[in-house]
Design a protein around this ligand. Structure first.
Ligand SMILES: [Zn+2]
Length: 476
């Protein structure tokens, strides 16, 4: 018999065999070595589909009699990873949390796409430093390097597709994972290139540089939560907003990075271009968070921004979260009373931050027992700020550490227990005080905020606590 025909016959036989076994049920199970939590939670986008507890052997399993084919992710706190599920799949994973992604293996019906997406994810992580070193290069060389990396991955995908084990939707998702990953770097190129070469101007790019933009899809719900796609969209809108501001907007000192203007312009572009509602909501949320958390703009500007956000982003699925953030920031503006939040002292008594700062100039800083290096650096910094010249008291607030473990750490580090407090309710504390980034500190006096967005490592804090800026301290 002709070899090709024989091969074809074998494929048909194999697929017949499969056909008999296929049921619409989806089974997803696994074993977690060195678990870091008792649960595995399965998500579709930001919705929880199901959650399950690990058994005595650290195994878990999910079974669904009807589930939409598509991309999901499973969370074993604090880590998460994708899983693609389709009707008839019977997938088993094994992983060791010591090297979560590297140790993960999928086996069973549905393993091909899942192992492929995972290999892509790991390859992307590995390639990243090498890609960053190519940002220095001229645009045509840069594009050539990226395209050749993409071609390698596409030919692997092609080989897998020829074997015939992937559905059209799986191929689409795998292809998008490859292309959007590399195109994302192209969106960043003008800015990273300028930074690396220390050029004053953005580089002129060849006309074909952004050719891939002809094929962008702003309306594909299957891709909404695909990391390379979402990252691409963020980079893309960062790029087009900058370019459009630079060429069309009347800006003071020609400074594009005016956060207030830039982020409002970005809201408008996303709103006018993105069609898929879920993707649009997520991208607009990111702009709101970037602006509110990083710009530290005036109360008036924040208010204009949030009003505009709501006008544009009607019924955003993240409205509640964004409003809470906005309110939180509004409540800790200069001269306002410190929000009524409580922490525990070393005796286990509950004390309010207002009381701690009563009659005193105070710097509140934050640390967690999980990050030992950070804790060491923070202590070193506080010790240098807390010298005899300083009229401030420095109050450490621990977050996310168990009480006994916290006491042990404070004792071992020989910290003054009178200056150390612990938050029992981290979520409430971070909502009220907007603890981002972790190095942020709050300067307060007599129960009132002076600056809730200072940073313990900043020069301005050093000047302030050493007394140089005494006149700037608000008296009322
Ligand atoms: Zn603009």
């Amino acid at each position: 018999m002709n070899k090709k025909l024989l091969y074809l016959l074998l494929i048909i036989l194999a697929s017949c065999g499969k056909g008999e076994k296929t049921s619409p049920d989806v089974y997803f199970a696994g074993e977690i070595v060195n678990p870091t939590s008792s649960y595995v939670v399965l998500y579709k986008g930001d919705n929880i589909i199901d959650s399950t507890k690990l058994d005595a052997e650290n195994r878990f399993s999910f079974r669904f009699d009807s589930i939409d084919d598509g991309l999901y992710h499973f969370n074993h706190a604090p880590e998460l990873q994708y899983v693609y599920l389709k009707k008839g799949d019977s997938l088993t994973i094994r992983l060791n949390t010591v090297a979560f992604d590297e140790s993960l293996i999928f086996s069973g019906v549905g393993e091909e796409i899942n192992n492929f997406l995972l290999d892509l994810f790991l390859a992307n992580e590995e390639e990243r430093p090498a890609i960053y070193s190519t940002f220095r290069l001229e645009p045509d060389v840069f594009i050539e390097k990226l395209d050749s990396l993409a071609d390698q991955k596409l030919s692997l995908l092609n080989a897998l597709t020829v074997e015939g084990n992937l559905t059209d939707k799986e191929v689409k998702i795998a292809k998008a994972s490859i292309l959007y990953e590399y195109d994302s770097f192209k969106e960043k190129y003008p800015f990273v290139h300028r930074k690396y070469t220390q050029d004053k101007k953005i580089k002129e790019l060849p006309a074909s540089f952004y050719d891939y933009r002809k094929n962008l899809d702003f309306n594909d719900n299957d891709l909404t939560y695909l990391r390379p796609y979402y990252n691409f969209m963020n980079n893309h809108f960062g790029n087009v907003t900058y370019m459009s501001c630079a060429s069309d907007c009347d800006l003071e000192n020609k400074k594009v990075k005016n956060h207030f203007h830039f982020n409002r312009h970005k809201l408008h572009l996303i709103d006018s271009i993105v069609i898929d509602k879920e993707l649009k909501d997520n991208l607009l949320r990111k702009v709101a968070f970037d602006y509110l958390l990083k710009a530290h703009d005036s109360e008036e500007n924040n208010e204009i921004f949030i009003e505009q956000f709501h006008e544009l982003s009607n019924n955003n699925r993240h409205n509640e979260e964004i409003d809470e953030l906005y309110e939180g920031i509004r409540n800790i503006q200069p001269k306002k009373t410190i929000p009524e939040v409580y922490v525990n002292n070393s005796e286990g008594e509950s004390v309010s931050l207002r009381d701690i700062s009563k009659g005193k100039k105070t710097v509140f800083y934050f640390w967690s027992g999980e990050d030992k290096r950070h804790f060491k650096e923070v202590n070193k910094r506080i010790a240098s700020l807390d010298n005899k010249k300083s009229k401030y008291q420095f109050i450490g607030i621990n977050i996310r550490t168990e009480e006994t473990s916290w006491k042990g750490i404070v004792q071992t580090a020989k910290l003054d227990p009178d200056t150390q407090f612990r938050s029992e309710n981290f979520e409430e504390l971070t909502k009220a005080l907007i603890i981002y980034p972790i190095n942020k500190c709050i300067i307060a006096e007599n129960g009132k905020i002076i600056n809730a967005f200072s940073n313990i490592f900043s020069n301005s804090l050093e000047k302030q606590v050493s007394g140089y800026n005494h006149n700037q301290i608000a008296k009322n």
